[in-house]
Design a protein around this ligand. Structure first.
Ligand code: 13P
Length: 251
């Protein structure tokens, strides 16, 4: 069975004081849970949150990484810097980056490579828009996004990637995919990974993201190929996020 993982994506939310309270609540709540937990926080707060997490069992992640190694790239953050401040993971290719920052599949692959080279686990986000789903293009769109990255990686590197299926129409809308809908796409991704990685595809964590909350998490995690979640809005509330982690630990 693939490793489970519940990753928080705080997006562009947080403050020094608010982070302290939120991280304190999450740390206390997940102390006795067995699932892997990572908090992906805005870059300015990585050092603060890293300090708060020190010695605990929650990992730290960035929300984006530069495709470049270092140098004259104003505003960018390198994979080396993320490692330097204690990150273990980084979100790559989130639909909000693809949409608002024009990130192409080629750029997403370059970022995934940089992350892997630095020793970070990339959480690769894929997912279709509402129009694409309604026109029956979901599998084609998602597989193209998955294959454009996995096709560009050596086998050893490909085994380290975490995939997050996040249907764009479910993000921030309160309208999560049903467990069956999500499982359908997760099954498709798993089969594509099998042709690439053989039996090792079973070990690649496949996360679902898109309006995951304390009420729907357990039914999503009950699905065969849903190993964990990438949680946006609900990760900003300690109690709700801890409930999602607890549902994952019980799976
Ligand atoms: P919500 O959980 O707010 O729908 O966001 C999902 C997401 O985009 C996580 O990366």
């Amino acid at each position: 069975m693939a490793r489970s993982l519940v990753a928080a994506n705080w997006k562009m939310n947080g403050s020094l004081a608010g982070n302290r309270a939120l991280v304190g609540g999450v740390l206390a709540g997940v102390r006795d849970l067995s699932c892997e937990v990572v908090l992906c926080v805005p870059h300015p707060y990585l050092a603060q949150v890293g300090g708060l997490l020190e010695g605990g069992r929650i990992g730290l992640g960035g929300q984006d990484v530069s495709a470049h190694e270092a140098g004259a790239y104003t505003g960018e953050v390198s994979a080396g810097m993320l490692c330097d401040v204690g990150c273990s993971h980084v979100v790559v290719g989130h639909s909000e980056r693809r949409k608002y920052h024009g990130e192409s599949d080629a750029l997403v692959l370059a970022k995934v490579r940089r992350a892997l080279d630095a020793g970070l686990v990339p959480i690769l986000c894929v997912g279709e828009s509402r129009e694409q789903r309604e026109s029956g293009a979901t599998d084609r769109v998602v597989l193209a996004q998955v294959e454009s990255v996995f096709g560009g990686l050596a086998d050893v590197a490909a085994r380290k990637v975490v995939v997050a299926y996040e249907p764009i129409w479910a993000i921030g809308t309160g309208l999560a995919a049903t467990p069956e809908m999500a499982q359908d796409v997760h099954g498709t991704i798993r089969r594509a990974l099998e042709t690439r990685l053989g039996q090792d595809a079973a070990d690649v964590p496949l996360l679902y993201g898109g309006s995951v909350n304390a009420d729907n998490a357990a039914s999503l995690f009950a699905m065969k190929d849903i190993d964990g979640a990438l949680v946006g809005g609900a990760s900003l509330d300690a109690e709700g996020f801890v409930s999602i982690c607890a549902a994952n630990a019980a799976r």
